[in-house]
Design a protein around this ligand. Sequence first.
Ligand SMILES: *Cc1c(COP(=O)(O)O)cnc(C)c1O
Length: 416
Amino acid sequence: MNDALDSAVSTRDIQAAETAHIVQTYRRVPVAFVRGRGVYLYDAEGREFVDFISGIGVAALGHAHPGFADALADQWRTLVHTSNLYFHPLQGQLATALARLSGLPRAFICNSGTEANEACLKFARRYWVAQGEPERTGIVALDHAFGGRTCGSLSITWDAHYRDPFMPMLIPSVTFVSPNDPDALLAAVSSQTMAIVAEPIQGEGGVRPLTPAFAEAIRQACARSGALYLADEVQCGMGRTGQPFHFPALGLTPDLVSVGKALGGGYPIGAALLSERVASAIAYGDHGTTYGGNPAACRAALFVIDQLEQGLLAHVRAIGAVFERKLRAIAARHTDLVREVRGKGLMWGLDLQRDASPVTQAALSRGLLVNRTSETVVRMLPPYIVSEAEVDRGLALLDAALSDAAAAERKGTAHG
Ligand SMILES: *Cc1c(COP(=O)(O)O)cnc(C)c1O
């Protein structure tokens, strides 16, 4: 066994090994996980945690799923990587499955969510150049949007903390509009707009579903101007809501869809899905990737999709409804703290009246992993395999953590 998995290694040792040579881009929570099983994670000291964040919505099958491990081991013993110079059997199978789930006929397979968005932005650009309208470079994105951290995706990311240290953006022609203001979208989109980019449910931005009125504005703006719609489904897609994707629920028909996170169940993979209209503008050599869609990554995604189609999607719908009912009941007991509950399926945000950190920290102390996003939101992205008993256990911990945070606040106020 790997030394790093040896139970003799403490969280402190693991932390110390990073401080000298890892670029300090993450202020990590001081917990070191060494193994997992289903919805549970175990740290270096053997403490058990209920994992309601699943590696930010990635570990859809939970941890150490036996069938997934067998499929990956089989693939690793057979063929791992050959590059995109040659054919292998699994990429076409994966593209077929993604077309079946999304209705978009063509896929470009890459390695992450940000790469999926980069590919979509390039393909949108390529489309307008092929149409003889190279001056159409405008992008309209939304307040609270998150598209990723590479230079193109950063341009469609709203949060100033991510952007300001890197100004000017590589793609300068991005306008942000409020997702609460359909008229602002209609005003911002013109014959110079290349694409509208919007997550059907914003994830990092605080679990904010698009309203039907805003979705209708996207539809109208595209119809009126010809602009492409890029649905960023990296977080809300691949079964997270109990449906393969969320855009159909909003009546949207994107020309581009970006996918990542749950797609590989933990194996790094992303995909850009294209309508025939856009795909027909793409020529040999227009985009590429060394790793993208290699046999190992495709096998992982095919396994995840097979699970979704063999009953896991239906399970997410059923357990998601249970999760919602119980979460709303808890929120109703903490009206002093909770402002709003938002989400769908197994993607939930508890928007608080104030900073969410005391709640996420109290949850951690009690053995529950949730995370804070958009400052006031406690976000939950449990693995799809979560059972009702596990929902009960995790939400009881959340309930207690909300009480802890409220009690700590009262104490703080009492002391001055
Ligand atoms: C996480 C995320 C991305 C970026 O994905 P990475 O795999 O981290 O590059 C893009 N869009 C959305 C909506 C996301 O949630």
